[in-house]
Design a protein around this ligand. Structure first.
Ligand SMILES: Nc1ncnc2c1ncn2[C@@H]1O[C@H](COP(=O)(O)OP(=O)(O)OP(=O)(O)O)[C@@H](O)[C@H]1O
Ligand SMILES: [Mg+2]
Length: 429
């Protein structure tokens, strides 16, 4: 068998016998034993995936393990380049992810005589809590960039209990399988981030007589996967049906990080703290303001609507703190791909040098604080402010520099709220 660029002649007629792509369109054609029989590289790859999926097991090659385990410090430094604040959470994640890698290494055992030789290191799934726009999803995405184990992000809100419209819980594994280039072995050592986990909380504290479609059933479904099971997964995702082929994925070594805003959890914690301090238990309550999420206990999560077994399978719980005004200013200018730099790059492509005054940045942060949606508010604000700049500036040949000032930010706010005149267009003119 030979790889070919028309070795068997036929010029343009040489094509993949499977997909019909012509030689010129296919990256590479492999010639078969019969004249005129070819297969292209894409079809070879596809067949490989299908065979492996069918086998449902590990390929003949040894289980791929990530080389050069990044040290917690290295992961932390990487996260620092993209995420402002949240130092404690970055630390927790760095250690959790490092330990996860470490468990996968072939040299993770101690000599036979060692007192700890028999100790098996278990994974510690992580739960991230924190208000909206404080960086939960960002942390997950940044981790994905930094790692060389397969990593996938799924949204708990798309999952439903079997029998209802929506995705089976196993679909979070499909994502990972895809991120692992359809290798079961690689997927089995990956990391899954499940976002919006608070949305599958039971709606009431009392167990309802009618079944709760979105919440409890999904938590039940996730229990086994979080703990470690061999799950049957439809390789293309969606609902499982009886005739469908499935692949088997063992979740024992998959690390799960779950994240959610848990709106209202703070009140539950505060109530617990104040009642326990009234009875003389626990630390005295310093104030009634601010966030108490750092003091979260499993019982608070249960009260919120998570089932006890679910909470028990996420032993590491850590809370993100709300971002301060100073943090928000930093979010605008510090991260590697911060919003300001993105706009600067866009305008630089048109030969315009874009700058922001310090007071403009501060004003943006102040307005975003008022919205109460964390750094999420910044993007919306900045987009409104920049809309006219982005619309007007590129067509003005004589504009080589543009500076966004506090007045423009304020005027733009007025534009939205009070329908005042377009100050930015005026500034450009
Ligand atoms: N700590 C942070 N450092 C830098 N950027 C941040 C930070 N927190 C949020 N952002 C920015 O704000 C936006 C929203 O953040 P993200 O999606 O991580 O919020 P979230 O915590 O997942 O909120 P939600 O609970 O609403 O999903 C993103 O564009 C992100 O870049
Ligand atoms: Mg999010």
């Amino acid at each position: 068998m030979a790889t070919s660029r028309g070795e068997r002649g036929g010029g343009d007629r040489t094509q993949c016998s499977f997909c019909g792509r012509a030689e010129r369109a296919a990256g590479r054609l492999v010639a078969g034993p019969t004249p005129g029989l070819f297969i292209c590289d894409a079809c070879v790859q596809l067949c490989g995936h299908m065979l492996e999926a069918e086998k449902g097991g590990k390929p003949a090659a040894a289980r791929p393990v990530p080389q050069n385990v990044p040290k917690p410090h290295e992961i932390y430094t990487f996260l620092n380049e993209y995420v402002v604040g949240q130092e404690h959470v970055k630390k927790v994640l760095s250690v959790a992810v490092h330990n996860h890698y470490r468990r996968l290494q072939p040299n993770n055992s101690l000599g036979d005589g060692h007192a700890l030789a028999d100790v098996e290191i278990e994974k510690s799934n992580v739960l991230l809590l924190g208000p909206t726009g404080t960086g939960k999803t960002l942390l997950a995405r940044t981790l994905a960039r930094c790692l060389n184990v397969p990593f996938s992000i799924s949204d708990a809100t798309t999952l439903t209990e079997a029998g209802y419209v929506g995705d089976d819980v196993e679909n979070i594994l499909v994502r990972l399988f895809q991120a692992a280039d359809f290798s079961v072995a690689r997927a089995e050592t990956g990391i899954i981030y499940v976002d919006e986990i608070d949305k599958i909380a039971r709606r009431t504290e009392n167990v309802s007589l009618t079944r709760d479609v979105s919440g409890e059933g999904v938590q039940q479904g996730l229990l086994k996967i979080l703990e470690g099971t061999v799950a049957s997964v439809p390789p293309q995702g969606g609902r499982k049906h009886p005739q469908q082929e499935t692949i088997k994925i063992n979740t024992q070594h998959i690390l799960f990080i779950c994240g959610g805003a848990f709106t209202g959890l703070d009140d539950i914690i505060r109530r617990r703290l104040s009642s326990s301090s009234a009875l003389g238990f626990g630390a005295p309550l310093r104030d009634n303001k601010g966030s108490h999420e750092a003091q979260v206990q499993p019982e608070d999560l249960i009260k919120y609507g998570m089932i006890p077994e679910f909470v028990g399978r996420l032993p590491v719980v850590t809370a993100l703190t709300p971002l301060s005004e100073d943090d928000l200013v930093r979010v605008l200018v510090e991260p590697k791909n911060c919003l300001i730099r993105q706009y600067q790059k866009l305008l630089a492509l048109d030969g315009v040098d874009l700058t922001f005054t310090d007071s403009a940045l501060r004003e943006l942060a102040r307005l975003a604080m008022r919205k109460g949606t964390g750094a999420r508010g910044l993007r919306a604000m900045l987009e409104t402010v920049m809309l006219d700049v982005m619309f007007e500036v590129p067509q003005r040949k004589n504009v080589k520099t543009f500076r966004v000032t506090r007045n423009m930010v304020q005027a733009q706010r007025a534009t939205i709220e009070e329908g005042a005149e377009n100050a930015v267009a005026a500034a450009v003119a």
